[in-house]
Design a protein around this ligand. Structure first.
Ligand code: ARG
Length: 588
């Protein structure tokens, strides 16, 4: 079992405090924020004073005197009013890193396979092409599924396709107008329906905006679409068959776009898959008198003890019988709890849907779905333009995800050419580099912000090779790779880590922080902690490399140790980037 230095030291100090008849927990040790004064610090004596243990300086001195023999500590100082500063031994540090370096997960993995985490992200809608609004859920959700899996959890991701709302009725009506003779519209038809779709995704992308625009201004059209949606939900066979085609052609395009981003899902279920669970959910809600009928609609009210409404009710069924977005979400959660046995369900969905999830979760709590399952809206902020408003195309239209990726690629090509990167590579490799740089640009720029914050989309800045950017990290990775390649040419290979010298110390500490950065990421469902770690690590390596001339190091064993340190650093950067969904390059 790999243990962190914090853990080892905390044990040691915990025992010392316990021997003074003080709580073991007081021995807790953290990384020092004053590296000149110590690598780690323990503030237990100050906490002990609050518990009535008297002068903290005296307690600290006693705790230090009570420390067991150990091979960990180089030097320990007690400073007023009662802080304990610790420097660790160089050979202990080297041994730690050796062990971590040999572990595939750098000590991150835990035995968590019995905990099932379902991650609902993506949420693309049938017949609508993905736009910038779908970028963050894809990037953050995908990174979280990678991170939770890496940590050891059983993870199931689900795209939760938007395939059951009124937009379906609009498509059906829109197609009926264009091709009224299609067999799907014949109510008396009893045969089987054609396998080939009567529409392509391009057709749908024309029909949908037209119909949706029309429904906004024409109540009659809206009424027709509503009726068609209801008939679809009630199982009219021609509509179901047609709907199946809409879904299939949409999924093919969605898979292309997600593929381009390097994002994948275990399940491609949709809102419609919740349909069989809706009667069960409604029956339970009615039976437990959680729901009630209000003006013909079935709702779940949310009231405090005085009977005051604390938020708007969740509408389960409209007066016409149609189910809503909240109904399908509640029924899907029911399925995830009862059939999938999920322990944790994360919804990586836009923060503008907070109210929706509050309602769904409150209804779920009333049903008792929270008995063994936690559910959480891990929401995110908006991608804004430089004007501070949601990001649009130059002409003010919705920015399609596909176009956004192309823009990032163009910018990557431009920046690569300016920096003269890969000037002599063949066209295919250049294209691969541009693609990977573009994806790294978009993903890192998104993930480096704490997810609930909005950010301003500034492609120019995101694509820089300097600063906290995806391209900077890719470049650092390629650089370490090239160092290791050049070393091999002079027959120098990574070997054993020697006792950590001054110059390697802070890089080594940084490498050892990986598990705690990852844990923070898991705990807050926020990959920006990992981004922060990787960026700092890349910078540490840079300054280490500047001071340390690895290639002309005369001492062979020392050189091998330095190369090993470089190699571990490379592996950690690559692992970390992979967890962000960013693919690295061999050279640039
Ligand atoms: N399709 C929805 C939208 O585009 C997002 C779905 C999010 N997931 C969920 N379980 N509601 O807004």
């Amino acid at each position: 079992m790999l243990t962190s230095i914090e853990h080892d030291l905390s044990q040691l100090f915990g025992q010392a405090f316990a021997s003074l008849d003080l709580p073991f927990e007081l021995g807790s040790v953290q990384r020092s924020n004053r590296p000149d004064l110590g690598d780690y610090q323990c503030n237990g004596a100050m906490a002990a004073a609050k518990l009535g243990a008297g002068n903290p300086f005296v307690t600290a001195e006693k705790a230090v005197a009570a420390l067991n023999d150990n091979g960990l500590i180089e030097k320990v100082d007690v400073v007023r009013p009662g802080f304990i500063n610790v420097f660790v031994k160089a050979d202990y540090l080297a041994a730690k890193l050796t062990n971590y370096g040999q572990d595939d997960s750098f000590g991150c993995q835990q035995d968590l396979a019995q905990t099932k985490v379902m991650i609902d992200f993506g949420g693309p809608n049938v017949a609508k092409s993905m736009h910038v609004g779908h970028l963050r859920t894809a990037i953050i959700g995908d990174s979280l599924q990678r991170i939770f899996r890496f940590k050891g959890y059983s993870v199931v991701s689900d795209a939760h396709l938007g395939d059951w709302g009124t937009q379906m009725g609009m498509l059906i009506e829109g197609l009926k107008k264009r091709q009224p003779d299609l067999v799907y519209f014949d109510e008396n038809y009893t045969g089987s329906y054609p396998e080939k779709s009567p529409v392509t995704i391009q057709d749908l992308e024309v029909i949908y905006p037209e119909e949706s625009g029309l429904c906004k201004t024409d109540p009659e059209a809206a009424e027709k679409a509503r009726q068609a949606t209801l008939e679809l939900q009630n199982g009219r066979s021609g509509y179901r068959a047609l709907w199946q085609h809409f879904v299939s052609v949409s999924i093919a395009t969605l898979k292309r776009d997600y593929g381009e981003l390097g994002v994948s899902f275990d399940l491609w279920k949709g809102e419609s898959d919740a349909d069989p669970f809706i009667p069960k959910v409604i029956a339970q809600l009615e039976q437990k008198q959680i729901s009630l009928v209000d003006q013909g609609a079935l709702i779940v009210p949310f009231r405090d003890e005085e009977g005051e409404n604390i938020m708007p009710p969740l509408i389960l069924r409209k007066s016409d019988g149609a189910v809503m977005y909240g109904t399908t979400d509640l029924a899907t959660l029911y399925e995830r709890v009862h059939d999938d046995n999920a322990n944790l369900v994360l919804y990586v969905v836009d923060g503008r849907q907070q109210q929706h999830f509050k309602q769904v979760f409150a209804a779920a709590d009333l049903m008792g779905l929270n008995a063994n399952t936690e559910y959480e809206h891990s929401y995110f902020g908006t991608v804004n333009g430089k004007d501070g408003k949601p990001f649009k195309t130059r002409s003010g239209g919705v920015m399609k995800l596909h176009d956004l990726i192309q823009m990032a690629k163009d910018e990557a090509r431009k920046k690569l050419a300016e920096s003269n990167f890969g000037a002599d590579f063949d066209a295919e490799e250049k294209e691969e580099i541009a693609h990977k740089v573009a994806i790294a640009t978009l993903k890192f720029a998104d993930l480096r912000n704490f997810r609930i914050k909005d950010y301003i989309f500034d492609l120019e800045k995101f694509s820089e090779f300097e600063g906290k950017t995806g391209p900077y990290l890719l470049m650092q990775v390629a650089r370490i790779k090239s160092i290791l390649r050049k070393a091999e040419e002079i027959d120098a290979k990574p070997g054993n880590l020697l006792d950590t010298s001054e110059n390697e110390r802070s890089l080594t500490f940084k490498l050892l922080e990986f598990p705690s950065a990852l844990d923070k990421t898991v705990e807050k469902r926020a990959p920006h902690f990992l981004c922060e770690h990787l960026y700092n690590l890349a910078q540490e390596y840079s300054s280490f490399y500047q001071k340390q001339h690895i290639m002309n190091e005369p001492d062979k064993a020392k050189q091998e140790s330095l190369l090993r340190l470089s190699q571990i650093c490379l592996e950690q950067l690559e692992t970390g980037l992979q967890l962000l969904g960013i693919e690295t390059l061999e050279r640039m």
